[in-house]
Design a protein around this ligand. Structure first.
Ligand SMILES: NC(=O)c1ccc[n+]([C@@H]2O[C@H](COP(=O)([O-])OP(=O)(O)OC[C@H]3O[C@@H](n4cnc5c(N)ncnc54)[C@H](O)[C@@H]3O)[C@@H](O)[C@H]2O)c1
Length: 327
C-alpha cells in the first residue's frame, strides 16, 4: 500500500513516524496524512491532476460554485423543495412523452428550473399558463416508434435550439399481454414503444452533448419487472433492458462528460391512474410502501431534475428507485 501511495504521489510521501500518539490520525485515515494541511485541489495537483473546470451545468462541473439569484442572494437546494431554481438556466432539455403524466411534470419542473424544454409526444402538449413562461416549453409532435422520422425531427430541433444537454427518455407504454398473444409483431411493437427510442435518442444526442462539454441522460424504467408482475413479460423485458442500456451507455459516454442514469418509479398517481383511484387501491398502496403516501408525477420529476443536476456529478450507471419503499 505504501509503495502504491508513493507511486501516486511521485515518490514525495512524507516520512512515516513509528506508531505513537502523534500520528494516530494517520493510522485512522492514511490519506489524510498524505495530504495533511492541504485541500483537495492541492491533493489533485500533487498527483499530477488538475481539478475539473467548473463551467458546465448538466455535466456537473458547476458543483461547489454558490448559485445566486438576480439580486445576488445565494440559493440553496431547499429554496424550491428539493431542486435548485435556475440550475438549468438556458439549458436545452429534451423530454419524451411530455403530454401527460411523469413526462409532463418533468417538462414543467425543468422549465421552472430555467431550462428551455423540447417536449416530444404524439399527443398535443398543453401546459397551463403559470407552469412555464410562454415559449419555454416547445411542443414537438412526434411518434417515437418511427425512428427514421425521429432522426429528422432531432436534426431540425438541434439546428433551431442548439445541442441537447439533458435528455429525459420518459415515454413508455405498459400493456398486459398473455404469453399466448405475444407473437413476434407484438414483441417488436413493445420494444419499439419502450426501449428502441431511448437508445436512438441517446445515440443522436451524445455527440452534441460531448461537443458542448457534457450532459446527462435519464432513462425511465420501472419497478414492475423487479416485482414479478404477471402478463407483462414484454414490458418487463423492455424495462429491464433499459437498465442494461443505462449501464452500457454510462461506460461508453462517461469519458465524454455524459452521465447516464435511470429512474425506476413504483406506483405513480398520474392523471391516467387518478381517473380510476379507489379507496382499496390507496389502502393497498399505503400498506405496500414503507411511506404510506401516494407518489405523484412531480416526485419522479424531482428525481430526474436531481440526477441531471451538478449535485449528482459523480453518479452514473445507476437506477434510482422511487417507490415509497417497496422493492
Ligand atoms: N405511472 C406509473 O405508475 C409508472 C410506473 C413505473 C414506470 N413508469 C414509466 O414512466 C414513464 C411515464 O409513465 P406515465 O405513467 O407518465 O405514462 P403516461 O401514459 O401517463 O404518459 C406517457 C406519454 O408518452 C406518450 N407516448 C407514449 N408512446 C409514445 C410514442 N411512441 N411516441 C410519442 N409519444 C408517446 C403518450 O402520448 C403520453 O403522453 C413510462 O416509461 C412508464 O413506463 C410509470
Amino acid at each position: 500500500m505504501d509503495r502504491l501511495l508513493g507511486r501516486l504521489a511521485g515518490g514525495r510521501l512524507p516520512t512515516r513516524r513509528p506508531p505513537g500518539p502523534r500520528n494516530r490520525h494517520a493510522r485512522a485515515a492514511p490519506h489524510k496524512l498524505l495530504f495533511r494541511g492541504a485541500g483537495p485541489a492541492h491533493a489533485l495537483h500533487h498527483l499530477g491532476l488538475d481539478p475539473p473546470a467548473r463551467t458546465s451545468v448538466a455535466g456537473g462541473s458547476a458543483v461547489g460554485r454558490p448559485l445566486r439569484d438576480r439580486d445576488g442572494r445565494a440559493r440553496t437546494p431547499d429554496d424550491r423543495g428539493g431542486a435548485v431554481t435556475d440550475t438549468f438556466h438556458g439549458t436545452h432539455v429534451l423530454v419524451t412523452g411530455a403530454a401527460a403524466g411523469i413526462g409532463r411534470a418533468t417538462a414543467i419542473a425543468f422549465a421552472k428550473a430555467g431550462a428551455k424544454v423540447s417536449a416530444l409526444d404524439r399527443d398535443p402538449v398543453q401546459i397551463p399558463a403559470g407552469d412555464a413562461t410562454p415559449g419555454q416549453i416547445h411542443p414537438v409532435a412526434c411518434d417515437l416508434s418511427d425512428l427514421a422520422a425521429l432522426e429528422r425531427i432531432f436534426a431540425d430541433l438541434i439546428a433551431a435550439r442548439g445541442a441537447v444537454r439533458v435528455l429525459v427518455n420518459n415515454a413508455g407504454v405498459d400493456r398486459r399481454i398473455p404469453l399466448a398473444d405475444l407473437d413476434a409483431a407484438t414483441w417488436d411493437e413493445m420494444m419499439s414503444l419502450n426501449l428502441d427510442h431511448q437508445a436512438a435518442l441517446a445515440r443522436l444526442a451524445a455527440p452534441g452533448m460531448a461537443a458542448a462539454g457534457g450532459g446527462a441522460i435519464v432513462n425511465l424504467t420501472s419497478t414492475a419487472w423487479m416485482k414479478l408482475a404477471g402478463t407483462l413479460a414484454a414490458y418487463h423485458a423492455a424495462k429491464a433492458g433499459i437498465v442494461g442500456l443505462t449501464r452500457g451507455l454510462a461506460r461508453d459516454l462517461g469519458g465524454q462528460g455524459i452521465r447516464v442514469n435511470a429512474i425506476a418509479p413504483g406506483r405513480v398517481v398520474t392523471e391516467r391512474v387518478e381517473a380510476k383511484l379507489t379507496r382499496d387501491w390507496i389502502a393497498e398502496t399505503h400498506a405496500l410502501q414503507c411511506i404510506p403516501d401516494l407518489i405523484r408525477a412531480e416526485d419522479i420529476a424531482e428525481a430526474a431534475l436531481w440526477l441531471a443536476s451538478p449535485g449528482a456529478r459523480m453518479i452514473t450507471g445507476q437506477t434510482l428507485v422511487v417507490d415509497g419503499g417497496v422493492v
